[in-house]
Design a protein around this ligand. Structure first.
Ligand code: AMP
Length: 399
């Protein structure tokens, strides 16, 4: 069975085609700058070189049309007819409390996704648009939605409620939802595999450290807490997001800097975090480079970042009661030995012992801990697309 996985953002879209007989990736690519000048498609078939197609793409329909055209192309394509692709798995950011697992898309599901727009105004509209366009252009395929929030629906009330009047949760759905669920789920399952134990038996803390970043506490395969909240702004310090903040800062800043609600929200999402402190970049490679050359603000940003991740690991160790493994994943977690070393520093009290020689590695699934460490430190490259493809296949098989 061939499955197309689509992750549709406001001006970009990523795709992968899987052959589910062996879970191999037949082709993958992305379209950037949809609706903007300079839009292009980058496509790769199997292990071949990337090709770039520069094309004016004023909207998602044209962009997805070009993806389909490329998949059908005699030289670059992987199918002779789109009917070979039996199903499309769509990444959708927010399902509120409605779905705790992936679903086959029908009119009710679309209705529920539209209702969640107010919870994820930046993410759900392009996700919905991607589904609508794919349904139009691939009417014979089955379409499945896989949600970022679903995996965290197992959190207990004690973890997901904010200490606001309970009525506001009932009236407006204000609560912790958590994000990156597909990634936390994938790496926690791989962690159990690496430990040689059943998922139901292990307690892990998963650190998804990318441009957006979150930590999750996972007990027996179930998320019991996570650092992102009502929106992806809460929790860790991120590339451009502030993360945790005294809520009293918000009205104070609005008054002092004459910002309205839209401006403060955009400020906290786009101008803060590592970028705001370092004043260098939100890209860790650049900030690490500046720090190495002695830039003190870059050094401060990095040390604040490490400290906050470490604090969450400590908090989640307490939430879990014991920990079998700490997992690092996503752009930084997979590629920055410094981040892993600095986070694990001072965690010896709970049995963490990183092997510094093993830690000099990037992007490979590997156990980084010393032989006798009580708590394992695992590097596991995430693979959200594979989870989306597997869920899609599972739903298609069972219907
Ligand atoms: P993601 O959102 O998962 O793509 O992660 C993006 C983040 O990972 C950016 O801050 C990148 O700078 C960071 N990153 C990617 N590669 C490296 C690397 N080799 N060293 C340090 N940071 C990296």
């Amino acid at each position: 069975m061939k499955i197309l996985v689509i992750n549709c953002g406001s001006s970009s879209l990523k795709y992968q085609v899987f052959d589910m007989s062996d879970e191999s990736v037949l082709a993958k690519g992305l379209v950037e700058k949809i609706g903007l000048p300079g839009s292009f498609l980058k496509h790769r078939r199997g292990d071949e070189d990337n090709i770039i197609v520069e094309r004016n793409m004023p909207n998602h329909e044209v962009a997805i049309g070009l993806v389909i055209g490329t998949l059908l192309d005699e030289k670059q394509g992987v199918v002779k007819s789109m009917d070979e692709i039996l199903a499309v798995g769509h990444r959708v950011v927010h399902a509120g409390e409605r779905y705790a697992s992936s679903v086959l898309i029908n009119d009710d599901v679309m209705q529920a996704l539209r209702q969640c727009i107010e919870l994820a105004p930046l993410h759900n509209p392009p996700n919905i648009m991607g589904i609508e366009v794919c349904e139009k252009l691939m009417p014979n395929a089955k379409h499945v939605a896989v949600f970022d929030t679903a995996f965290h629906q197992t959190m207990p009330q004690t973890a997901y409620l904010y200490a606001l009047p309970l009525e506001l949760y009932k009236k407006h759905g204000i609560r912790r939802y958590g994000f990156h669920g597909t990634s936390h789920r994938y790496v926690s399952e791989r962690a159990a595999h690496m430990l040689g134990r059943a998922v139901s038996e292990v307690k892990v803390i998963t650190c998804h450290l990318g441009n957006g970043a979150s930590v999750a506490a996972i007990d027996g395969g179930k998320s019991i807490d996570t650092s992102m909240g009502f929106t992806p702004l809460e929790g860790l310090m991120m590339g451009t997001r502030s993360g945790d903040l005294d809520p009293a800062v918000v009205p104070f800043l609005m008054e002092k800097e004459s910002m309205n609600s839209e401006q403060i929200s955009s400020f906290l999402n786009k101008k803060c975090g590592v970028m705001g402190i370092s004043e260098v970049s939100s890209d860790f490679r650049v900030v690490e480079g500046a720090a190495a050359k002695g830039n003190e603000q870059a050094q401060l940003a990095l040390h604040m970042y490490y400290y906050r991740v470490r604090k969450y690991v400590g908090a989640y160790a307490a939430a879990l009661g014991s920990v079998d493994a700490i997992v690092f994943t996503a752009g930084l977690g997979e590629n920055s030995p410094e981040v892993r070393e600095e986070v694990c520093k001072h965690l010896g009290f709970m049995g963490v012992e990183l092997d510094l020689a093993k830690n000099r590695v990037r992007g490979k699934e590997v156990d980084l801990s010393s032989e006798n460490a009580k708590v394992k430190v695992l590097l596991i490259p995430t693979n959200e697309e594979l989870i989306i493809a597997r869920d899609t296949k599972g739903l298609v098989d069972s219907h």
